[in-house]
Ligand binder design. Structure first.
Ligand code: ATP
Ligand code: MG
Length: 171
């Protein structure tokens, strides 16, 4: 099966959950899935649930703490770079049908990984790999290379009323 490049971006809720939903669907179809979560280091509930799908689905984190943050430290950069090297191998191996790089756009935004490296990764992916990139502020160059781009548009979000990420719903 030919794999395409998908991007879920925008400020509205649903980017990561859409990617997770597709991962669950893919496992049901007997596909092999790899999810790399950039920037995130906390034990999000999806790790707990998706670990049940091992070894059909593998999920790893390449972040040091919680999500929206401060100026990145060297440690954040090191962890993201190491993660990027790992996902490069994962994609090249051709062992996974669906590879999700969650919050890679955030990693790009904070310059934890380089845009050129991500663009090369897209160019060099094997034909069969479906690649999904999530996170706010997808760079135009990534959007240009993708086959499918969805922008989650915030119409309303309780975040603005001070409701922070809740366990099981946002984290
Ligand atoms: P989900 O994981 O629920 O699918 P998402 O992937 O679309 O959401 P992200 O952009 O990854 O959303 O946001 C992560 C978290 O940041 C949200 O769950 C929310 O708690 C918080 N958040 C939402 N809106 C804002 C905002 N305007 N500013 C800062 N943080 C926000
Ligand atoms: Mg997200």
């Amino acid at each position: 099966m030919k794999g395409y490049v998908q991007v879920y971006t925008g400020n509205g809720k649903g980017k990561t959950t859409a990617a997770i939903g597709m991962a669950v669907r893919a496992v049901g179809a007997g596909l092999k899935v790899f999810i790399g979560q950039f920037v995130k280091g906390m034990y999000y509930s999806e790790l707990k649930s998706l670990e049940r799908f091992y070894p059909d689905l593998i999920i790893k984190q390449y972040g040091t703490g919680c999500f929206i943050f401060r100026t990145p430290k060297q440690e954040d950069i090191d962890v993201a770079k190491k993660g990027f090297e790992e996902v490069k191998e994962v994609i090249k191996s051709g062992k996974y049908d669906l590879v999700i790089l969650d919050e890679i756009n955030i990693a790009l935004y904070y310059k934890l990984v380089s845009l050129d490296d991500v663009l090369s990764l897209i160019d060099e992916k094997p034909e069969n790999v479906e690649l999904v990139l999530t996170g706010r502020n997808a760079p135009q160059e990534v959007i240009d290379k993708a086959d499918l781009v969805t922008e989650m548009k915030e119409i309303k979000h309780y975040y603005t009323k001070g409701v922070e990420a809740r366990e099981g719903i946002e984290k």
